[in-house]
Design a protein around this ligand. Structure first.
Ligand SMILES: [Zn+2]
Length: 97
């Protein structure tokens, strides 16, 4: 396994479970390769930082949207969906305009 393949598998392992064959090959590569071992540690740190940040945002009342803001966003999304649906029903109307 080369470094390109190893880093690809490391990235992939963030989103899905690797097969035992992939995990075995990756472990073998990491035992021999300092660069990929560093990359692997950075991925773990990055993931943890993202997790911590999202927990902090979740807990911070100052960053929460007000009820009004949520209503406005929901209304805007409804309008947007409606205008797309109307445009689809009307074949003369060009969506790209
Ligand atoms: Zn490597």
């Amino acid at each position: 396994m080369d470094c390109k393949h190893a880093t690809h598998l490391l990235s992939q392992s963030q989103d899905m479970r690797l097969t035992w064959r992939q995990r075995f090959g990756l472990r073998l590569h990491l035992m021999l390769c300092d660069a990929c071992t560093r990359f692997s540690r950075q991925l773990v740190m990055l993931r943890e930082a993202v997790r911590q940040t999202s927990i902090r945002i979740e807990k911070d009342d100052r960053l929460k949207l007000s009820h009004d803001a949520k209503q406005r966003i929901a209304a805007a999304m409804r309008d947007h969906r409606r205008s797309i649906a109307e445009a689809r029903q009307n074949p003369d109307h060009n969506l790209s305009d």
